[in-house]
Design a protein around this ligand. Sequence first.
Ligand code: 39S
Ligand code: MET
Ligand code: ZN
Length: 786
Amino acid sequence: MDERGSTGAYAGRCRWFGWRGHEQPESNVTLAFTATVLGSPRIGPRRELKKAVESYWAGNLDASALESVGRDLRRRTWTELVDAGIDSVPVNTFSFYDQMLDTAVMLGALPERVSGIDSELDRYFAAARGTTTIAPLEMTKWFDTNYHYLVPEITPASRFTLNAAKVLGEVEEALALGVPARPVVIGPVTFLLLSKSDDRAPLDHLDDVVPLYAELLGLLADTGVKWVQIDEPALVADRTAAELEATRSVYDRLAALNHRPAILVASYFGDLGDALTALVETGVEGIAVDLVAGSLDHVVATPGIEGKHIAAGVIDGRNVWRSDLDGSLTALETLRDRAGSVAVSTSCSLLHVPYTLDGENGLDPALRSWLAFGSEKIREVATLATAVRSGHAAIGDQLAQSRAAAETRASDPRLHDNAIRARLAALTDSERSRTPAPDRRTAQDSELSLPKLPTTTIGSYPQTTAIRVARAALRKGEIGQAEYVRRMRAEIADVVALQEDLGLDVLVHGEPERNDMVQYFAEQFDGFFATANGWVQSYGSRCVRPPILYGDVRRPKPMTIEWISYAQSLTDKPVKAILTGPVTILAWSFVRDDQSLAESADQIALAIRDETADLETSGVRVIQVDEPALRELLPLRAADQSAYLDWAVGAFRLATSGVADTTAIHTHLCYSEFGDVIGAIAGLDADVTSIEAARSHMEVLDDLNAVGFDLGVGPGVYDIHSPRVPSVDEIAGSLRAALGAVPAERLWVNPDCGLKTRRRAEVESSLRNMVDAAHLVRAEHGWIST
Ligand SMILES: Nc1nc2c(c(=O)[nH]1)N[C@@H](CNc1ccc(C(=O)N[C@@H](CCC(=O)N[C@@H](CCC(=O)N[C@@H](CCC(=O)O)C(=O)O)C(=O)O)C(=O)O)cc1)CN2
Ligand code: MET
Ligand SMILES: [Zn+2]
């Protein structure tokens, strides 16, 4: 151990900091921390918050009981961090719904339309979820993750005012418990760049909001906290020179305040690039860098970091692999020799990983030894901080365990399946292409003989309590497989009957047997593991259990045929089979870090391709391969995007090009702004693409036209994210608008997305109106309606 490490540079003395020309925040105090995380999960280790919030919405829990669940979860989170040896604890990363929405509340930027609701909590939830009369804020993906944030709306009428009650309340709660609290807020640059602004460029509002951040910093200083964390993840994406200049000016202004905590600007999900230089040149004391998605070399090479406290994100907050402690230590020591001081940290908030491996007793023991979930990552941070402080010998046991895990993992035979690798190596371009689309269309038209503007749905029907209870009972052994199948078939029969009654043209089986569209397939592939309790928040109270891809992917047997065949046996209408595409399976799983995503995608694609062949053999004529995460995985930097789109489109085509011309391949895309991937959507070469469009008023159709897209398209005619039932007129209006952009021969009629989160009654009314609207518009054009 070199001198600085052994003499405890980590005790963090003020001499590391370049406090420039203003009062030093409390000199002679220990300022720099040594071990931290950037944020914590909040749904609760047993999804306590999900359950409480949903009970509150249902009217079965009152506000004070809900508050107390929140308080309890916060206390447990902080206690765990402190007990593990984390000496600076993020506070205000708790949320009843979403941290961007919390920030909008903090800045007084909730939309006018919720202002009539008296209760603060109900106003908050109305902005998040809408009511029968109020539209919610839009929801979209948080960078390249499967977490969704609410998009704040900024209008000329926005009057920003500081409402610091939540952050101050949580800080006081933490301080009262003796927690070394570091309040966390989303920074002004990221907040504005991620908002929707209907007047000026988003950053033109900086002058309105920066004074509120200044006021907040003063209030936080009053509480006695030493540090504040200001999250600016927007700085890891490409930013213009003007945006970087604006960032520099914001942090110059905040750093110049003479009554404030030390500022840690946190970045995550990638490299800061030029933004690092801009930040280093300001007077902020600390910068958090992501050393998993971003590069150490860049940080080390940046002049000025010798004056900063660097929170080094060496522990992966996005993936579940146990850290290579030797590698992390090397990085930390390299950085320590350059930076003012260094703290061990996670690469991003632990929001994106499950709470703990405790209780995952079904996991293969070898696999388990390769993993670290939230609690284990917290301990890895503390372990590394010990080594940096006291030398490697102080963590001898942990180093040995980390090395042993790496060795058993590298040599595990399940990681390499030679048959699959040989099959992939032998692939040619012909396995990624089909007959030209017009020829396929002719073949499919005579096969299916559908009316103009055919109506269909995206796949799932409501996941009722009865369905979930049946699955839970099967899991606990209370019912057998035969009884489970009987109950799922009853559900399928019900959904098929409903669709026939509604008069839909292409039916689906409703996906009742799927716990989740990704997990369901992962559970059936070799090479994936599913967790029992590895829940991660996706949005609001909705959670997912991302499966873990650890080895080569193989499909031991068909996965969907029996369910689809059963549904088809009940009707003369075509039943569309639904599969999940390779990109989405990867995006919503924890992926292997020992091979490229492109390789993993092709392995999954081969397995899906085999499933399409089996479906076709069993008589299925329409197969939809969902890729809702196509846009989500798009790299944040433009320079990396075309390589991604090439392999993503290639994997989809590998999955879908093995079928005959007479078999229609559909795909479905949702949850995003498609502008950046429009060319890739055309490249998928799917016969029909159903795409979210209701909230963007069909604009996506013009974008598709602009790239010469000439395949079938089903722009979503109503938003399934809201309980509101759209009227016939409204849907007919959307269809008429769509017909202005797309010839009738190519236009399909469907909702924006699957119906699994909706109630049965809403679904029935909405779909009835949708089918009526299709009939109305067909009649207007003299196309006969069946
Ligand atoms: N992975 C994934 N990501 C996605 C989506 C998606 O569908 N899947 N869609 C987009 C939006 N995100 C979403 C994420 C989750 C849910 C969702 O509905 N989640 C469900 C859980 C789904 C699930 O895993 N269900 C399991 C377990 C259900 C459960 O909680 N069972 C109870 C017992 C039964 C009961 O009493 O209800 C238990 O385990 O305690 C099942 O059906 O088997 C929830 O949070 O409520 C919807 C959309 C984008 N990202
Ligand atoms: C998030 S996309 C969902 C697609 C899926 N087939 C469903 O209908 O639920
Ligand atoms: Zn969807």
